[in-house]
Design a protein around this ligand. Sequence first.
Ligand SMILES: Cc1cc2nc3c(=O)[nH]c(=O)nc-3n(C[C@H](O)[C@H](O)[C@H](O)COP(=O)(O)O)c2cc1C
Length: 409
Amino acid sequence: MAAVPGTEPQGATRAPLRWKEGEAMTGGATGHAVSIGDLRELARRRLPRVIYGVLEGASEDERLLALTYERLRAWSLVPRRLRDVSVRTQATELFGRTWSSCFGIAPTGTIGVLRRDIEFHLADAARQANIPIGVSGASARTHEAIAEHAPGQVWSQLYAATDPAITRNLVERAEAFGAGALLWTVDLNIAAKNDRLIRAGFGVPPRLSLGAKVEALRHPGWLLEYLRGGMARLDQWAQYAPADADPMAVHRFYLSQRNACQSWRELELLRKLWKGPLIVKGILHADDAVRAAELGADGVVVSNHGGFGLDHGPAPIDMLPGVVSAAGEKTVVMYEGGILRGSDIVLARCLGARFCFVGRATLYGASAGGATGALRAIDILKDEIDRTIGHLGCPDARDLGPGYVRAPA
Ligand SMILES: Cc1cc2nc3c(=O)[nH]c(=O)nc-3n(C[C@H](O)[C@H](O)[C@H](O)COP(=O)(O)O)c2cc1C
């Protein structure tokens, strides 16, 4: 659980659970979940403590994660009265396609340990909900295989590899399977120090200590999948590793290719290689947004990687207005970080984000109940967005703007 006071996010408070323990073990209870917090609790029950830490942890003291939640909720939404809100819409047009809402699923890696084939579950949910899904450069399954579950909806995330031929090939593959956008992540050039996982003896490549294995006996639903194997794979990278590499060796090869010296030069290279929408993910400083736009990026994601990386960094919501005003009309600014309620998404839209991404919210759902659980998370957020724009007196989410916001004192 939370390492420092205040990390416990609002909206994730433990509700009195109405479902039976057995249901929670199988994930069959996600249909009863009322909030993302309920799904979080179901995920916590299903997963061994160490594995839950993969989902819940962040860097060092987790100060940044706590701040991300805290600052998001410090802003207020100011409703306008006596407007007809009987017909409401949150449908959003982005890069030539209309999505059912103004958020998608953020790319998350090392998640194979949460549930077998979790990326397929997330993609199935994204397809059913008609929202985009970012797929991590460190995915357990190949982007091609995941895209079969959500054709035309996968956005391919990558870090530039040390070997430029691999970067080039990753981009060619994204083009070949029809990725809707390329998400180039720039905020984790070196690995995060995740104290929670280090203390628990969870290694990268993913490996369980003896204590964790013993604790796992109390989580039979998860353990069964673990014993069937295949949870710690990294198929996306298997073709680049030496021919006889087992999953652990593939992980080690992937880590050896993480490019600590990736710089703006790579953006120029990617712009030449990739003709579709190119998004720089992990921007916090307004000047970096301007630079990205100058070098041809179509969009930026204001993000702190879910609290990984620089633990003394700022909350992304506080940086969003500055990035929006610096980036200019042509650059699509998006937001992610700490979203657990539909109103969080509405707030980010009011502050100028055209689109949002959620990481943990859908992971809680998918960890607890596969595609059904992930879809439940999406439905909960959509329902809350719908109610929030109704309460605000702004029936079309496209009309949200700074006029509906009160900044923290
Ligand atoms: C378990 C986990 C793994 C992640 N892996 C990646 C990754 O491989 N690539 C990436 O660009 N971002 C990654 N992220 C960051 C997410 O894309 C996103 O920025 C973050 O989850 C948003 O915050 P939220 O979880 O509060 O919604 C990861 C986040 C989590 C929680």
